[in-house]
Ligand binder design. Sequence first.
Ligand SMILES: [Fe+2]
Ligand SMILES: [Fe+2]
Length: 246
Amino acid sequence: MGWLRRCYLTVASEFSWRVPGRPQRLLGAFALAERGSMLDMFAAVEATKRRDMRKKYFHHGLDEGRHALIFAERVRAFGLLGRAEAAMEDSGQLLEAGIVGGQTLFERLGEPEFMAFVYVAEADAVEQFNVYLDRGLPDDATQAQLRAILKDEVFHVTYSRTEVDKYRKDGLPMDATMRKIRLRRVWERWLRFSRDFGSFTSGIWLSLLYFLVLGPFRLFGRLEAGGWHPVEGRAGDALALARSEG
Ligand SMILES: [Fe+2]
Ligand SMILES: [Fe+2]
């Protein structure tokens, strides 16, 4: 594990597990990521030309579906996200995963790069879960579920690494492919951070604007008297117009 990634995970994990409201957001994001992986795997079952991989993709998809349900159950245990927030996360995930983009991940990448992507993503997940468990951050029930999920994820890392090694032996540039995938994941993480940071700072600016600029106007404002008010001249004009048309 690179020291930079370790530092990032350590800081981010403290934030994610200790700040109220964040654990369920994190678990919700995991549930969506696992569901996205499940769909990617089932799409790969359909698209692959390799008969030897079909069964592996299918079982991998079933594992990810089970993980998605486990994480969703943990979200419910913590208290559900707001409906609007959950819907936004959901649509964001679907777009990011490219599931509604017309092409599946497997079709976009091709099988060797797809396998490298699976290896990198699964290895990252194993590192991330291990940091959480080493630091004892989640509650006991979530830790027990994470340990159970980790066993599956370690298997996913093992079989995908075996396949990446096979492609490398066949002469494909798998190291360059994995570097490209890692860079793309860093870039995507940066974009997600920028979006969250943008939402956070715009909230601060709008609050300041409200209290410092709009708020003082309330001191000078007063409510108008209620009810209908005759507008001078208008009633007569309308009557005259109606008569002329008649
Ligand atoms: Fe998983
Ligand atoms: Fe996995």
